[in-house]
Design a protein around this ligand. Structure first.
Ligand SMILES: [Zn+2]
Length: 231
């Protein structure tokens, strides 16, 4: 998906199909990667980076569920990328083991309880975080005009990346697999996630790139927000 180019000349695109959306953000030959897929995706990630001659300076994690953090350690080791994660999930990342969230409706609640019984399936390579933040972390040090800020609810350290104040990469705080239904099927804390949605909308961004599926528009997000908020 993409490339999307912001009015400031930052380019954002999906690296390669993988278990989660892996977003590349690049400007003036400097590159960061947001989220990393599972270890099974590793060969195609390597191939895509080589083909596009990209060397990521940083790996930014929207959160540490196995399908997002699975190649963080490898990317750090292979490319010298610095890893950024919100403080609440530093320990999970260091252990390669992040609890899976609750379902937000009946079917996914069942799936989540099933998943909890086979937790070893969801382990991943442990990874040391180079940068940990509480509220917000500036990405200008990597040549990118943007920041990542704490938007918990899907998971304790869930965070959203804002690029040039126009595009947001929201991890699993927003989902793009079902048109018109951007609220994620899994979340640790639904009320907290809704609060975070309010703050994500306040960024003023026009387009929201999810951890799974297609981009979500500001209008789509706002409509769902008022529906959920008033229910
Ligand atoms: Zn997740």
């Amino acid at each position: 998906m993409g490339p999307f180019t912001t009015p400031h000349g930052t380019v954002i695109f999906r690296l390669t199909p993988a278990r989660c959306n892996i977003w590349v953000v690049t400007r003036n030959s400097r590159t960061i990667i947001i989220d990393t897929g599972i270890s099974f995706d590793r060969a195609r990630i390597e191939h895509a980076l080589e083909r596009k001659a990209l060397v990521p300076e940083a790996v930014i994690l929207t959160h540490t569920h196995f399908d997002h953090a699975g190649n963080a350690a490898w990317l750090a080791h292979e490319y010298g990328a610095e890893v950024v994660v919100q403080e609440a999930e530093r320990g999970y990342l260091a252990a390669g083991d992040t609890p899976i969230p609750e379902g937000t409706h009946a079917v996914t609640r069942g799936l989540a309880s099933l998943g909890k019984k086979v937790t070893t399936m969801f382990r991943y390579d442990p990874c040391h975080a180079d940068h940990v933040f509480k509220e917000r972390f500036d990405l200008n040090r990597f040549g990118i005009n943007g920041y990542i800020f704490h938007t918990p609810g899907h998971s304790p350290g869930g965070s959203t990346v804002v690029i040039d104040d126009v595009m947001a990469v929201a991890g699993d705080s927003i989902i793009g697999t079902m048109p018109g239904k951007p609220f994620p099927p899994f979340a640790d804390d639904v009320d907290l996630l809704l609060k975070s949605w309010g703050r994500i909308i306040e960024t003023g961004c026009e387009s929201f790139l999810p951890g799974h599926g297609k981009p979500v528009s500001r209008e789509e997000l706002s409509v769902e927000f008022s529906k959920k908020f008033n229910s």
